[in-house]
Design a protein around this ligand. Structure first.
Ligand SMILES: [Zn+2]
Ligand SMILES: [Zn+2]
Length: 206
């Protein structure tokens, strides 16, 4: 049997051995200093500038001024999210894996804000007539209320298995980690919750 702790792990303290266990993929620590962190979450000024242009073209300078567009990796199976009257749009970073879907989802969410703004205090259906009109104004006439993207859902079968070289905890993933990712349990225990390369998860099987 392959001894992962010797292959990957040189650690003076007593390694903690626990039976194989599964943790959710969120229970992993990624190094904060790497540039991809910025891409993963947070505001996107390019998309904001683009969306502001569309709002100016529709004569909504007030909304254009307030608007923020951010990536939110916690959306999981949700493509996007719009908050009104905050004029905030959140997008799922996984959309970038699908051709044209970032712009389409941005317009879908923006259409919600435009529809609410135009309706004032009048209550409207989220995907009703006003929203469809706003979609048409943004160039996505016929947009559907619900996205059909193969975004991960909680019940999806995960195909990749990573293991912590220290504690043997396994983490299941749909797609490969783009960056080195370490075991949350061990980083919490031995590295104050910070990313520590000694606990870098290793791909076991696909
Ligand atoms: Zn919607
Ligand atoms: Zn571990």
């Amino acid at each position: 049997m392959l001894d992962l702790s010797q292959l990957f792990f040189d650690f003076t303290a007593q390694p903690v051995w626990t039976p194989f266990q599964s943790v959710r993929e969120l229970e992993a620590v990624e190094p904060p200093e790497m540039t991809e962190t910025a891409l993963q979450d947070g505001r996107d000024e390019t998309l904001e500038a683009q969306a502001r242009e569309w709002l100016h073209a529709l004569e909504m300078p007030g909304g254009a001024k307030l608007l923020t567009v951010s990536w939110n990796a916690r959306l999981r199976s949700t493509a996007g999210y719009a908050r009104y009257p905050k004029w905030a749009v959140e997008l799922n970073p996984l959309l970038r894996d699908f051709e044209g879907q970032v712009e389409r989802t941005l317009k879908h969410e923006l259409a919600h804000l435009i529809a609410y703004h135009r309706s004032g205090r009048r209550r409207i259906e989220p995907h009703g007539r006003e929203w469809r009109q706003a979609c048409a104004d943004l160039g996505i006439a016929g947009e559907k209320a619900h996205h059909r993207l193969p975004l991960p859902r909680n019940e999806v079968v995960r195909k990749l298995v990573y293991a912590c070289p220290a504690c043997q905890t396994t983490v299941q993933r749909v797609r490969k980690f783009r960056r080195p990712t370490a075991c949350l349990h061990c980083c919490n225990k031995h590295a104050s919750g910070q990313y520590d390369g000694r606990f870098k998860l290793a791909l076991l099987a696909s």
